[in-house]
Design a protein around this ligand. Structure first.
Ligand SMILES: Cc1cc2nc3c(=O)[nH]c(=O)nc-3n(C[C@H](O)[C@H](O)[C@H](O)COP(=O)(O)OP(=O)(O)OC[C@H]3O[C@@H](n4cnc5c(N)ncnc54)[C@H](O)[C@@H]3O)c2cc1C
Length: 425
């Protein structure tokens, strides 16, 4: 049987970050797809550059970004100040909604402000939905935060934990909101972002540059893991390992290892992404538009052409669906027609000709973080780690995070294992 010290499952950002940082040649990365990148892949089609969904980068640690860019050769990196807005009725409001209620039609503004001021925030909110009412009042919650997030997560928000979005949720208190009426300060975790001209995959290539080709096995899927014997079975062979680092979704890892678990604890949404290229320009000076209206099929639209400064409208359109939704070719066709109709109703297209398109389903896309999922993940990760199996990454950790978080988490594990390696020398 083949043996490897570090077996890595997945050649996305997480797997490649680990592989590039471990101080050993004794590793192998298995990747089920025929190409590397996971969700950070890029599609180049008919002159358009599209990601699997809009991936824009905002690093908290500039040294990590610098390091990656230094490995991108002459790739041009665009630096963009984010322009994001919300379509509310016939009006547009700056994002985040809660800090820009003064831009709403007057009666909506008065309702939002009144209910913000008199909100009942006496009790401890038990879930995400209760938190939205308690922090922002009914006016803001029911006009934007609830309908928008219900469309995105494709679930009842009372199912989610209070802190389901972590640092990605744009909190604001009454004082912030009032202050913003006079002097706009819509800073957020991604107020400015960078984007390589060749798309998100350039970050993946930068990570891959530290990993020789022969250590990545493409088109090979990990199927099961014997935790006692420490043997992994793929669709091609058996491999004995000392450590296994997995970025496959956590519930799938549990199934692969045979660890008993309650599947109902794990739920998520799928995101059906349409990348659409048109014959000419559409709305300008906007990178993201949010759509809370339940009458529109999508929750968000991104404008690549306004990032690149190109002269044909290039969009990604995101539709949130339940994890059990069947999205086959017929459903994609049906949704594409609906999305194009709704882009017209929302004023994004007006007689534009669609000249190129692509679609992809992200499954899972946003995991539903609940008290039960957090407790179960923590407990079962400990069991796995005791057998040398580490579950990392956005889906391996069953969390909401950015690629920078994935890089940091994978490198931290590699650092720990490097210490163990050095002590054995
Ligand atoms: C809609 C959306 C928008 C996002 N936007 C941003 C953004 O703007 N900025 C940002 O920083 N982050 C963004 N993210 C998050 C980012 O995509 C993830 O954090 C990152 O791609 C996760 O990388 P990963 O390697 O952990 O997982 P993945 O990208 O899922 O990679 C896992 C890899 O493992 C492989 N694999 C899985 N199972 C097996 C198996 N059994 N055997 C072999 N291989 C297997 C998969 O094929 C895949 O290649 C976004 C995510 C979504 C869903």
């Amino acid at each position: 049987m083949e043996r490897v010290k570090h077996l890595v499952c997945g050649a996305g950002v997480t797997g490649l970050s680990f592989a590039g940082h471990i101080e050993s040649d004794d590793y192998l990365v298995l990747e089920a797809n025929d190409e590397i990148g996971g969700y950070c892949r890029t599609v180049l089609q008919d002159g358009f550059v599209w990601d699997y969904s809009g991936h824009f980068f905002h690093f908290k640690n500039p040294e990590i970004e610098k390091e990656l860019i230094s490995r991108m050769g002459d790739q041009r990196i665009l630096e963009v100040s984010k322009e994001s807005r919300i379509r509310f009725g016939g009006a547009e409001v700056d994002f985040p909604f809660q800090k820009n209620i003064h831009q709403l039609p007057q009666s909506d503004f008065v309702d939002c402000l009144y209910e913000l001021y008199f909100k009942d925030d006496t009790g401890e909110p038990a879930n995400f939905q209760e938190m939205l009412y308690a922090k922002f009042g009914k006016g803001i919650a029911e006009r934007f935060l609830i309908p928008y997030n219900e469309k995105l997560y494709a679930c009842d928000l009372s199912r989610l934990d209070v802190d389901a979005m972590g640092r990605f949720f744009p909190y604001a208190d009454l004082e912030d909101i009032i202050r913003n009426m006079k002097s706009a300060d819509n800073v957020s975790y991604n107020a400015t972002f960078t984007y390589p001209e060749g798309g998100a995959i350039q970050y993946v290539y930068a990570l891959k540059s530290l990993v020789p080709d022969e250590r990545v096995s493409l088109g090979e899927r990990l199927v099961s893991i014997d935790l006692q014997k420490k043997v992994a079975t793929t669709d091609r062979r058996e491999i004995a390992f000392e450590y296994l680092v997995s970025s496959t979704p956590f519930d799938r890892l549990l199934t692969m290892t045979g660890i008993e678990h309650d599947p109902s604890i794990y739920s998520w949404n799928k995101v059906l992404v349409f990348n659409l290229g048109f014959d000419r320009k559409g709305p300008e000076d906007v990178h993201w538009m949010y759509y809370p209206s339940r009458d529109l099929s999508f929750y968000r639209v991104g404008f690549y052409d306004n990032i690149f400064g190109t002269d044909r409208m290039s969009l990604y359109v995101e539709v949130g669906r339940d994890k059990d939704a069947v999205i086959d070719a017929a459903e994609v066709d049906r949704m594409k027609a609906e999305v194009l109709r709704d882009l017209g109703r929302a004023g994004v297209i007006d007689g534009h000709e669609l000249v190129s398109w692509h679609s992809v389903v992200l499954d899972p896309a946003y995991v539903h973080i609940t008290k039960a999922s957090m407790a179960d993940v923590e407990k079962k990760r400990r069991i796995l780690a005791s057998r040398g199996v580490y579950s990392l990454g956005r889906y391996g950790s069953w969390t909401y995070c950015s690629i920078e978080d994935n890089i940091l988490e994978a490198r931290a594990l590699a650092d720990d294992l490097n210490v163990a390696l050095r002590s054995k020398l």
